[in-house]
Design a protein around this ligand. Structure first.
Ligand SMILES: C[S@@+](CC[C@H](N)C(=O)[O-])C[C@H]1O[C@@H](n2cnc3c(N)ncnc32)[C@H](O)[C@@H]1O
Length: 280
């Protein structure tokens, strides 16, 4: 039977690029670094270095920020719930699942992506993990997404993670995705959702350059890449509306530089934020 697929699939060359950056950062395994990723990283390298020098940050700086914030939050959740279950959606070639399975054998950590990427990831994992479980081959905008939740035990807490995903969809579709997560996960003992998000770059002195780069990314990935939110409060309202009770937005300036938490409601100028939502 052919697998059901939606039209909301952006082409996944970006996953090869980020996969290679994780490897360059020293947090991944050579099996998860592809030749395509290496070529893309070499192509983008001069622009990234220019941006780091003149803009004060680049795509790869934000990658490091988002990845670190998500990892540390996941570790905290595991400390609170040693029997945690994790579903990383749109996992691409991220090393996170591999790393957490090695370091926290008590958790159940499954990964999911579109069929082609799921097959590529699975082939890579089979080289480096014994008994590696299948990467779930699912389009998030089909009924198959509901079935992915059936792989888990509702008596145990579940965390859904996404990274580098949600800016690729227009707001109504994003609402549909977050509602689906809240609804399919509602019978679990606890449901958490961790994700990064790129807010509208209003505060950054080179916001126009960033806007234009995002248009290029939208065109290249044939997606609806967009910025949805200008303030943490807008994010919170949106997530509440989709069914999450508690929502917290964390900005790198708070996380890495300890900027006063009272400024929580302002856009502090970072290019990427992290969101932690629970259905309590
Ligand atoms: C920018 S990549 C991020 C990969 C990885 N999370 C990382 O940070 O390195 C986005 C991923 O979303 C996946 N994706 C896009 N549309 C999807 C859909 N409709 N259902 C499932 N996965 C999707 C792509 O295949 C790709 O692997």
């Amino acid at each position: 039977m052919t697998q059901q697929l939606s039209k909301h699939r952006h082409i996944s060359f970006t996953a090869h690029y980020t996969g290679y950056i994780w490897y360059q950062m020293g947090i991944s395994h050579p099996a998860l670094a592809t030749a395509k990723g290496k070529t893309l990283a070499a192509l983008v390298h001069p622009i990234e270095s220019w941006a780091e020098k003149y803009v004060g940050g680049s795509m790869r700086t934000t990658l490091k920020q988002r990845h670190t914030m998500l990892d540390q939050h996941l570790e905290k959740l595991i400390e609170q719930h040693p029997d945690l279950q994790v579903l990383e959606i749109a996992c691409g070639l991220s090393p996170r699942g591999w790393w957490f399975r090695q370091h926290y054998p008590s958790i159940l950590y499954r990964e999911l992506d579109l069929p082609d990427m799921a097959a590529t990831k699975q082939a890579a994992l089979q080289q480096i993990e014994t008994d590696s479980k299948d990467v779930l081959s699912v389009d998030l905008f089909t009924d198959a997404f509901a079935s992915a939740f059936k792989v888990f035990d509702p008596q145990r807490p579940l965390v859904i993670i996404s990274e580098g995903l949600i800016n690729y969809f227009e707001k109504p579709l994003l609402q549909q995705l977050i509602q689906a997560i809240a609804s399919y996960g509602r019978n679990f003992k606890e449901l958490h959702y961790l994700t990064d998000i790129y807010p509208e770059p209003t505060q950054n002195k080179l916001a126009t350059i960033i806007w234009n780069s995002s248009r290029l990314l939208k065109w290249m990935s044939r997606s609806a890449f967009s910025f949805h939110f200008k303030t943490p409060a807008e994010v919170e309202t949106f997530f509440h509306g989709a069914g999450f009770g508690q929502v917290e937005v964390l900005q790198p300036k708070q996380f890495f530089e300890n900027v006063d938490l009272e400024s929580n409601q302002e856009h502090l100028g970072d290019l990427v934020w992290m969101i932690q939502a629970t259905n309590k």
